[in-house]
Design a protein around this ligand. Structure first.
Ligand code: TXA
Ligand code: MG
Length: 328
């Protein structure tokens, strides 16, 4: 069982940074979902992330940093458009895939020549990262703090529910309340001439095209190019992921006794159990993972979801829900 820290003071963050320095794991809030953090330069600590998550090794991890000044040490090259994206959207729900430096070892990148980097927009995460950098740390590797293939946690309680049995006494869970965005960061491959979205999120195609003045690439994969998509393992892109215990059905008429998630404007069908009624697409993203968990708490067999339509964040929501619906 890990220790649970709420109302994190500067002292608590320094304690947590020290835990990372000595090789323990620290789960922490970000604006997207909670992360399970380890010192990104410590292979033993990073291998515990895989153990605790039950994640197959070889999947690359995102390195979190506090500020752009810590980026350079992790990468060997960055295109102009990626600098523009970093300046505009960091701290924020965006991960950039860049050519790695020597510091980004195979145990972080899954043996690929690229590394994923993100500056999260959450005061506790940034406080933890600053405290860790102050101790000489280079960055915190953190996947979402859930067991492999399951629903990402958006509260500290959900982290405890997912990983409590797998964390040890010296690991920590920082409680920063509910994540404000609720779906994982947009992952953008910045190793080609144009940005390419590997995982949709709250930083949308429209936003990327507007600030860079470039078209987001949708060109097919090419075998010859070392950095093309097919060489990149994105576990969040596996078909069955983000799945609760209940079976998820999309845009179908719910059966009696099943859970139901839809925008507030859609009435609850007779006999269904309303799990969430978000007022906007943003709120939909924020509450959808906790609503899926709520369905599992009620031991529901099935959860029916009326998906939000349209572009922007709705694309990320439908991406995750389509994978939830593939089951485990
Ligand atoms: O919002 C987020 O991104 C959260 C918070 C904690 O920051 N993290 C997160 O991590 O979602 P994870 O490991 O659950 O998903 C990250 C995805 C994985 O699918 C991984 O394969 C991909 O990012 N990834 C990491 N490094 C990569 C790289 N060098 N190339 C391609 N994909 C990479
Ligand atoms: Mg994940």
């Amino acid at each position: 069982m890990s220790q649970f820290l709420s109302n994190c003071s500067v002292d608590a963050l320094a304690t947590a940074a020290h835990s990372l320095q000595v090789g323990s794991l620290v789960a922490f809030p970000t604006e997207t979902v909670y992360g399970l953090g380890a010192d990104a330069t410590n292979p033993t600590a990073v291998s515990r992330i895989y153990e605790v998550k039950g994640r197959p090794t070889g999947h690359p991890l995102i390195v979190h940093i506090a500020d752009l000044k810590y980026l350079e040490q992790w990468i060997s090259d960055i295109p102009e458009y990626a600098i523009t994206l970093a300046r505009k959207f960091w701290p924020g729900p965006m991960t950039l895939i860049l050519k790695r430096s020597e510091l980004a070892k195979d145990f972080i990148t899954g043996g690929q020549k690229t590394v994923g980097i993100r500056i999260p927009d959450n005061s506790l995460a940034l406080g933890l990262l600053e405290a860790f950098h102050n101790l000489g740390g280079s960055g915190i590797a953190a996947p979402s703090a859930n067991r492999f293939g399951q629903v990402s946690p958006t509260t500290a309680e959900a982290v405890q529910e997912e990983l409590g049995n797998y964390l040890s006494d010296t690991d920590l869970v920082l409680d920063g309340g509910q994540s404000s965005v609720g779906v994982e960061s947009t992952i953008i491959d910045c190793t080609g001439g144009l940005p390419r979205i590997l995982r949709p999120g709250a930083i949308t195609i429209e936003m990327i095209e507007e600030v860079t003045g470039l078209k987001v690439s949708n060109s097919p994969k090419k075998k010859s190019d070392e950095f093309q998509l097919e060489d990149i393992r994105v576990s969040g892109s596996l078909e069955n992921h983000y799945a609760p215990k209940a079976r998820v059905f999309l845009d179908q008429q719910p059966v009696v006794g099943s859970g139901f998630i839809a925008l507030e404007s859609i009435d609850t069908p007779i006999g269904a159990i309303r799990l969430a009624a978000p007022k906007s697409v943003e709120e939909f993203a924020r509450v959808m993972y906790s609503a899926l968990r709520e369905g599992d708490h009620h031991n529901l067999d099935s959860i029916y979801i009326a998906q939000p339509t349209g572009d922007g964040l709705a694309i990320a929501i439908r991406d995750r829900l389509s994978r939830s619906a593939k089951g485990r």
